[in-house]
Structures are given as C-alpha cells and as structure tokens.
Design a protein around this ligand. Sequence first.
Ligand SMILES: Nc1ncnc2c1ncn2[C@@H]1O[C@H](COP(=O)(O)OP(=O)(O)O)[C@@H](O)[C@H]1O
Ligand SMILES: [Mg+2]
Length: 246
Amino acid sequence: MGLELLSSPLQQPGVAPPDGVLIRTHDLWKTYEMGDTQVHALSGVSFEVQRGDYLAIMGPSGSGKSTLMNLIGCLDTPTRGEYWLNGRLVSELSDDELAYIRNKEIGFVFQTFNLLGRSTALHNVELPLIYNGTPAEERLQRAREALQRVELGSRMHHRPNELSGGQRQRVAIARALVNNPSLLLADEPTGNLDSATGLEIMALFDRLHQAGNTIVLVTHEHDVAVRAHRIIHIRDGKIDRDERTR
Ligand SMILES: Nc1ncnc2c1ncn2[C@@H]1O[C@H](COP(=O)(O)OP(=O)(O)O)[C@@H](O)[C@H]1O
Ligand SMILES: [Mg+2]
C-alpha cells in the first residue's frame, strides 16, 4: 500500500480495475460550453480509491469539487474519460442505468440533510428501499437497524422539525446506509452544524469507516479533511496534491 495508490501511471484505459479498487477515474474531463467559451471544470483527473478507504476531496471555491462529486455520485457524466465504480464502467451508462447504480451503490449525505419534512425518521430512512421495491416488512426492519446504527433507535417516529441538526444529519446518514451501498458520499456533511455537533458527525464517520464502509467526502474545511485517511487537493480542475494522512 502507499505510493502506488497515489499515482496513476499503471492505469490501463478500457480495462476494469482489480477488485480491491472501488473507484477509478482515468483522464476525466468535464467541459461546460458558455456561449463561445469553454469552461474546463475538470481537466484530466485520474485517481483510484481502494475499497474501505476514507478520502477527503478538498479545494477552494470553483476548483471543481462539486463537479467531481457529481461524477463520482453518478449524478452526471463526464465530457471525456473513464469512470469505473465497483467494477462497472459508469461513464458510458444511460440516465436510467445511472439512476439504478445511484440507488444500489451509493449512499448520499448532503450539507442540507435533504429529508422529507412531513415524514418520520423511519419513513425517511425507508425511502431508498421503497424506490427499489423492497417488501414492506424487510424495509421496516432494515430502516430500524440503520437508525440504531446511528443511535437514533429512540427517535424513529419523530419528524425532522422535532430533531436537532445533528440528529437530522444522523437520519440522513441512516438513509444513506440502508441499502448497504458500496460507497458513502458526503458533500460538506458538517457545513450546517455547529462545531460540537460537527465533531459528533465526524466521530460517526470514523465509526462507519472502522466498520468497513468506504467514504468519500468533499469539504473546504481542513479540520474535517484531516479526519480522513487520505486527502486529494484539487485546484483549477486538476489534482494538485494527493496525501495519505495515516
Ligand atoms: N453548470 C455549469 N455551467 C457552467 N459552468 C459551470 C457549471 N458548473 C460548474 N461550472 C464551473 O466549473 C468550475 C468548477 O465548479 P464547481 O465544480 O462547482 O467548483 P467547487 O464545487 O469546487 O466550488 C467553476 O469555474 C464553475 O463556474
Ligand atoms: Mg461546490
């Protein structure tokens, strides 16, 4: 382990990565057309993430973090380049196939929690299972288990406005986990929390990582990034630095 994870010279375009590699991007570009000018939001980004790793993507505003996050999360497709997720080449899938992969492979955690305000914690956590047709009884059981994993077993029937910010984010994390996704993808997960609550959420990510989850989080906060085991710094749509912190 170590250096070979940090560089990409061995990457072979068109060839699936080995099983230990959950994410591989090869020369990923995203170009937006703005009238007659082109904005290169990403310019040739190549990296790999091993299964079980904990990665932070850091960079200043406008550096391409959200663009990269949208590609990793299968919310968008690259202009050019390859993206492999869990052995599948997702850069060439249709919108329907992307929707399927998003539901099955990825648990999303957002800065603004994105919960349904009128639904209980339990129902919010059940939602991804409703979308993929899991039978009701199994759904309930798995949603309860996911809420217990984030220590909200006693708050299952509360609605978001009856929960604190930290509890709301934990509901969102339970929802992200309920499908046992291969990747937990978080976008500024502590951005709307006070610092003490932010630390609690980061401690929960530590535990989830120790339990075997692969985590990629995007942040502009150094204190958050250093909790990860590896930090990729991006600048002007390129990887500026790739450091392993432990
Ligand atoms: N839909 C879009 N259309 C045009 N330009 C965009 C679009 N989305 C992002 N960009 C541009 O791409 C660059 C990277 O943006 P973004 O990925 O949002 O950066 P970050 O999340 O790091 O702030 C910026 O210059 C931004 O203006
Ligand atoms: Mg952004």
